[in-house]
Design a protein around this ligand. Structure first.
Ligand SMILES: Cc1ncc(COP(=O)(O)O)c(C=O)c1O
Length: 392
C-alpha cells in the first residue's frame, strides 16, 4: 500500500460535521463518530497539492470551468462506467441534495408526487416533503440478506400524479449495485408512465468487484431520454466539503429546461476549488481509489467477522458498494429508542438511526466504516461490552 489508511487523524475542532456536531446531534461530544458519510482518511495528495498550488497564486477571482475539467469527467465516466457522455450534457451543481431540490422545483408542481424506494437516503423523503410534494413509497424487498426492487409494487403504487422517481444508484443504506435488468425495468416503467428519473450516482465509483456500477442512463434509450444523473467525486475521494457535484442530461429538452432553471439563479456556477479538486481527483486519483477500496473492503469483512464471532444478534448487510454498513439489530429485541440508547449511551458510538431512512429501517443502524481499522475495532469492542452488560 502506498497510502496509509491506518493513520488516525484528529478531526475535532476543524468544523467537521462528523466530530464537531456530535454534541448537538447526539447529546454527547465524546462518541466514536461512525455516522455522516465522509471518511476519516486524507484525500489523494494530488487534490491537496492542486489546491495549495492554486492558493499560492493569491488571487481568487471569478472562475470558469476549464476544458481539462470537462475532459477529466468525460474520461472518468467513460473509463470507469463505460458511459460516453458529451460536454454539453454536463453542468456543475452545488451538491446532489440541492440538485434533487432543483429538479423537484423545476419539473413538478405542488399537486404532483415523488416516488422513492425506502429504506433510502433520508433527503429523498425530506427534500420533496419540504417542497410540499407528496411522496409515494415503493419499499424495497429484503431477500436473502440483500434488497431488491419491487417492480410489480412500483406499477401498483404509481398514479398519474407521480412525476419524479429518485433512484439511489448504488443504494444507500443497503449498498446494492443494481443489476442491468433492474435498471432497464425501472426505466421502462418510468418512461411509460411519464415519471422522470433522478439517478443519484454519488456512490458509483466505490462498487466492489465483481459488482460493477451501471449508470442508469446507459441501460436503454428510454433511460437516457428520461433521466437526470447526478455524480460527484465527493464520496469517492473524500472531498464532500469542497462541493463539486455535477449533473449529466442526455435529453435535449430536459437539459435545456434544467440548465435554464440553474442559470436563472446562477446555480451552475462552480467555485474555484470545486473545478480544481474534481479535475485533480479524476486525473490522478485512480491509484488512491484502488487502495482505499481495498482497505474499505477489509473493514467491511472485519465488521462482519467480528459480529459473527462476538455479537451474533447483530448482522451486517455486506454492501456491494461504498462505506456504509447496514446493521440488522432486530435479534436484540429492543425498541428503536432502546437500540439507539444502547449504541449512544452504553457503547458511546454515533451511528445513524435506521429509522431515518424510513420505517423499514426499524431495528437497523447504519455504520460508516470509512475510518482506520483501530477505530472500528474499538467501536465493536464497545458495542460488545454494551450488549453483554445488558445480557441481551
Ligand atoms: C445517496 C446520497 N446522495 C447524496 C448525498 C449527499 O450529496 P451532496 O453532499 O452532494 O448533497 C449522500 C451523502 O451521504 C448520499 O449518500
Amino acid at each position: 500500500m502506498k497510502y496509509n489508511f491506518d493513520e488516525i487523524i484528529d478531526r475535532k475542532n476543524t468544523n467537521a460535521l462528523k466530530t464537531d456536531a456530535l454534541g448537538p446531534r447526539y447529546g454527547n461530544s465524546d462518541l466514536i463518530p461512525l455516522w455522516v458519510a465522509d471518511m476519516d482518511f486524507l484525500s489523494p495528495p494530488a487534490i491537496t497539492e492542486a489546491i495549495i498550488e492554486r492558493a499560492k497564486h493569491g488571487i481568487f477571482g471569478y472562475t470558469c470551468p476549464s476544458q481539462e475539467y470537462y475532459n477529466s469527467i468525460i474520461n472518468w465516466v467513460d473509463r470507469f462506467h463505460d458511459w460516453k457522455i458529451k460536454q454539453e450534457w454536463i453542468s456543475f451543481i452545488p451538491g446532489i441534495v440541492k440538485g434533487i431540490a432543483f429538479v423537484i422545483d423545476c419539473f413538478t408542481t405542488k399537486d404532483q408526487k415523488v416516488v422513492i424506494q425506502p429504506p433510502v437516503y433520508h433527503p429523498f423523503r425530506i427534500v420533496p416533503t419540504l417542497h410540499h410534494r407528496d411522496i409515494v413509497y415503493n419499499p424495497l424487498i429484503l431477500e436473502a440478506g440483500q434488497y431488491r426492487m419491487d417492480l410489480e409494487g412500483l406499477k401498483k403504487a404509481i398514479d398519474p400524479q407521480c412525476r419524479v422517481l429518485i433512484l439511489c444508484n448504488p443504494h444507500n443504506p443497503g449498498g446494492r449495485v443494481w443489476s442491468r435488468q433492474e435498471l432497464i425495468d425501472i426505466a421502462e416503467i418510468c418512461y411509460d408512465n411519464n415519471i422522470l428519473v433522478i439517478s443519484d450516482e454519488i456512490h458509483s465509483d466505490l462498487a466492489y468487484a465483481p459488482n460493477k456500477h451501471i449508470p442508469f442512463a446507459s441501460v436503454s434509450e428510454k433511460a437516457a431520454q428520461n433521466s437526470i444523473t447526478f455524480m460527484a467525486p465527493s464520496k469517492t475521494f473524500n472531498i464532500a466539503g469542497i462541493v463539486s457535484s455535477f449533473s449529466v442530461i442526455p435529453n435535449d429538452e430536459l437539459r435545456e429546461k434544467f440548465h435554464a432553471y440553474l442559470a436563472s439563479s446562477e446555480l451552475e456556477e462552480g467555485h474555484i476549488f470545486a473545478y480544481l479538486a474534481a479535475q485533480a481527483a479524476y486525473e490522478h486519483g485512480e491509484e488512491w481509489l484502488k487502495e482505499v477500496k481495498s482497505y474499505l473492503w477489509d473493514n467491511i469483512n472485519f465488521v462482519d467477522q467480528y459480529l459473527k464471532a462476538n455479537i451474533p444478534q447483530i448482522k451486517a448487510m455486506i454492501p456491494q458498494a461504498s462505506f456504509l454498513v447496514w446493521l440488522d439489530c432486530k435479534d436484540l429485541n429492543l425498541s428503536q429508542q432502546d437500540l439507539v440508547s444502547l449504541f449512544v449511551d452504553d457503547a458511546k458510538l454515533a451511528l445513524n438511526d435506521g429509522v431515518m431512512f424510513g420505517s423499514q429501517g426499524e431495528g437497523y443502524m447504519r455504520m460508516n466504516i470509512g475510518t482506520p481499522r483501530a477505530n472500528i475495532e474499538k467501536a465493536l469492542q464497545n458495542l460488545k461490552r454494551a450488549v453483554d452488560s445488558k445480557q441481551i
